[in-house]
Design a protein around this ligand. Structure first.
Ligand SMILES: Cc1cc2nc3c(=O)[nH]c(=O)nc-3n(C[C@H](O)[C@H](O)[C@H](O)COP(=O)(O)OP(=O)(O)OC[C@H]3O[C@@H](n4cnc5c(N)ncnc54)[C@H](O)[C@@H]3O)c2cc1C
Length: 286
């Protein structure tokens, strides 16, 4: 769905409770975890859904309301009579115009990263189809994320192990970033996934660019191919779900690597179409 097709009519105020940088200071990338308190009694959402953020003003491109989406990065905590909270994981985006060479600041991401506790912002949503948790706890889940695409998986995995409980299916998380410094929630300073490492059903694999200072593709293909035997056995299971999140350019890499694993691009195209039709392959890409 195109951004202009979203209903931005119904909006809510949300107060920033905290804003914490989650990339180390030595990283050139700034990614922040921002926790909001929504100023209404109920605001329900599920892992895989996104919140709309609306930035009003005279924007350089001439529009009055700048609307962007951000995935929820945590499960909804119990409110205990208080207001609902939403956690976002936002990367500060800056762009260089390829003709003028000028640097532009992404409007919404800079606005969000500059907000401080106590500030009020305008949000709406939630939007998008959640990453459904199958009723059968034996279902295998293959989760593939890049960059801020880790956000929905942080929420989903927490939901599976803390709310659903007694999960028996395999949960395989493949997470890619340009360098170890940009591995969000999975680095030496902050590893939120470490609490699941002793679960028999959980394994996480990191995929890093072989040359972090170059714009090389992240080695997601190597990470997946190294475990092709298990991945193929998961795909053969008619219940396995595959969820993909993060930058859209991952899709090309995945098509290439799955085509190689399965035998040919035609075979993979057919298999992927079947998975998608059965809602067993779901993408949250941008
Ligand atoms: C479903 C979904 C979920 C998402 N989840 C997340 C998430 O969890 N975390 C996250 O960080 N992001 C997420 N995103 C991406 C996010 O919505 C924004 O696209 C991103 O933050 C950049 O928005 P921005 O307003 O900062 O940049 P924009 O202002 O929209 O800039 C984007 C484009 O505009 C151009 N541009 C910018 N300024 C100028 C200018 N002054 N003149 C000319 N051109 C200009 C840039 O070159 C660039 O191509 C998600 C997107 C989707 C669709």
């Amino acid at each position: 769905m195109r951004l202009e097709d979203f209903d931005t009519g119904t909006t809510y105020n949300a107060r920033v409770l905290s804003s914490q940088r989650i990339t180390p200071a030595s990283s050139s990338e700034e990614v922040r975890e921002i926790v909001l308190e929504v100023e209404r009694d109920h605001f329900e959402y599920e892992p895989g859904q996104s919140i709309g953020v609306i930035v009003s003003g005279d924007h350089p491109q001439g529009h009055k309301h700048h609307f962007r989406l951000y995935s929820v990065a945590d499960t909804a905590p119990a409110t205990n009579g208080g207001k609902p909270h939403v956690t976002l994981c936002v990367k500060r985006c800056n762009y260089i115009d390829e003709y003028s060479g000028e640097r532009y600041e992404g409007i919404s991401s800079n606005y969000l990263c500059d907000r401080r506790p106590g500030d009020t912002i305008t949000i709406n949503g939630p939007f998008g189809i959640p990453f459904e948790v199958p009723e059968d706890r034996n279902t295998d889940l293959l989760l593939i994320g890049m960059g801020t695409g880790i956000a929905p998986f942080r929420a989903l995995i927490k939901h599976i192990y803390q709310d659903v409980k007694d999960w028996q299916g395999r949960v395989r998380l493949f997470y890619g970033a340009q360098s170890g410094l940009e591995m969000l929630y999975m680095n030496e300073e902050k590893d939120d996934f470490s609490q699941y490492y002793d679960r028999a059903t959980f394994e996480a694999f990191k995929a890093l660019s072989p040359r972090p200072n170059w714009a090389d593709p992240i080695a997601m293909d190597y990470a997946l191919e190294e475990r092709s035997e298990e991945i193929l056995s998961m795909l053969d299971n008619p219940h396995t779900r595959v969820y993909v999140a993060g930058r859209a350019d991952i899709l090309e890499t995945l098509d290439r690597v799955f085509s190689r694993m399965i035998g040919s691009s035609d075979q993979w195209a057919r298999r992927k179409a079947e998975l998608k039709a059965g809602k067993r392959w779901v993408e949250l890409v941008y």
